[in-house]
Design a binder for this molecule. Structure first.
Ligand SMILES: Cc1cc2nc3c(=O)[nH]c(=O)nc-3n(C[C@H](O)[C@H](O)[C@H](O)COP(=O)(O)O)c2cc1C
Length: 195
């Protein structure tokens, strides 16, 4: 059976984003667990703040159409979340909202069809000690609402600036073990949903 294809993204486009470092560790763990990993940068999929008038006048941004195709071609998604005031970043919410919109020119690869029936995992990342623990409940809810099956395993990576070693593994062995378990569960669920 082909490897399940998992998209990995971080909810920040900041040049020095800590969540990107954690996303690298997640991508590595997923590869080791048997996934075909596509790690993407939201910077490569720029979109204005969602506005219904804009959509009515110009349709979906070209970058969103591209991202919808990436998501549609995947079996699952792992999102690394910076925590903004206990919740998800506006960048991530805006991107998820845009992608949930139907594209009349490509109805099979847009709107709910990019999410429904796919599996997702959520990871938090923060320079603080709690690792973005609070965002996980919000983002889990949002992805579930979109029709994704969010696996129960989750991880909050604190002191994220120092958490990832040069070998792209989490320096804390217990946390790396949790990440490996999460990656294994995500790959396993993706395989079963596809069967
Ligand atoms: C508007 C805003 C709100 C924030 N709220 C939180 C928070 O609730 N919890 C937290 O741990 N860090 C919070 N931070 C700090 C971020 O965790 C920190 O800036 C982090 O580096 C952002 O993620 P990034 O490095 O991936 O871009 C906040 C930062 C901003 C800009």
């Amino acid at each position: 059976m082909n490897k399940p294809r998992i998209v990995v993204l971080a909810g920040s486009r900041r040049r020095e984003a800590l969540s990107r470092r954690v996303a690298v560790a997640c991508a590595r763990a997923l590869g080791a667990a048997g996934a075909e990993v596509e790690r993407i940068e939201l910077d490569d999929y720029p979109a204005p703040l969602y506005d219904g008038d804009l959509e009515a006048a110009a349709g979906l941004p070209e970058a969103i159409v591209r991202l919808q195709r990436v998501l549609h071609a995947s079996d699952g998604l792992l999102v690394v979340n910076p925590e903004y005031n206990g919740s998800l970043t506006p960048l991530l919410k805006n991107t998820l909202d845009w992608c949930s919109r139907p594209n009349p020119a490509d109805p099979e690869r847009s709107g709910g069809k990019v999410y429904v029936g796919r599996v997702a995992a959520v990871v938090g990342s923060s320079p603080g000690a709690l690792g973005g623990m609070r965002v996980l409940f919000h983002v889990r809810d949002v992805l579930g609402y979109l029709g994704m099956q969010v696996i129960p395993q989750q991880l909050a990576v604190g002191r994220a600036g120092e958490a990832v070693g040069d070998d792209e593994r989490l320096r804390d062995a217990a946390q790396q073990e949790m990440l490996d378990t999460l990656a294994g569960a995500l790959v396993d669920t993706a395989r079963r949903l596809r069967a």
